[in-house]
Design a protein around this ligand. Structure first.
Ligand code: AMP
Length: 172
């Protein structure tokens, strides 16, 4: 199945110069959605993942399904002001702008083995902040998973050294 054909590149969104990867056609196709979840889960079967942690908001699109496929719990990390009971916060730089992520308070145990997931890794700021949140509670990052990696932006450099990274589609 051709996942790449279901990812649209939208020029100059949300700002001039950004080539935005729109995965909504992939979400809308039942067979492609199921296949994407299967491919996202495959590298992590047997790795003892206890929780999938995904970032607001596009990380949620596959994050919950990925957690179910791995028999893991699901942890949503959110933008400031969204969680009624926020835990640790980490700031990060985006390909366009700046933001921060918060972990819900008291839901991620210190012995958790966490798979971090987002739809796209660009500059890596978001995924780096998510890994720092996991470490803030003393839990372990088993790996980091993306539908698409924009490799020319070298986002992996923002992740802890030696992090296991998997991306279904790599551009650049
Ligand atoms: P970054 O922190 O630069 O790695 O940006 C990753 C986050 O921003 C992810 O949550 C993506 O959904 C989003 N993002 C950044 N750049 C793009 C892009 N070119 N296309 C689609 N999503 C992007």
């Amino acid at each position: 199945m051709n996942l790449a054909a279901a990812i649209r590149t939208v020029p100059d969104f949300p700002e001039p110069g950004i080539q935005f990867k729109d995965i909504t056609p992939l979400l809308a196709d039942a067979a492609l959605y199921a296949e994407t979840v299967r491919q996202l889960a495959a590298p992590w079967q047997g790795e003892g993942v206890t929780h999938v942690l995904a970032m607001e908001s596009r990380g949620f699109w596959f994050g919950g399904a990925l957690a179910a496929a791995l028999d893991a719990g699901f942890i949503p990390v959110r933008k400031p002001g969204k969680l009624p009971l926020p835990g640790p916060r980490e700031a990060y730089a985006l390909e366009y702008g700046e933001d921060a992520l918060e972990l819900p308070a008291d839901v991620l145990p210190t012995d958790a083995r966490v798979l971090v997931h987002d739809d796209v890794i660009a500059t890596g700021g978001t995924a780096g902040a998510a890994c720092r949140l996991v470490h803030r509670v003393g839990a372990t990052v088993v790996g980091v998973s993306f539908v698409m990696e924009l490799a020319f932006l070298d986002g992996r450099s923002q992740l802890p050294a030696g992090t296991h990274v998997e991306a279904l589609q790599v551009e650049g």
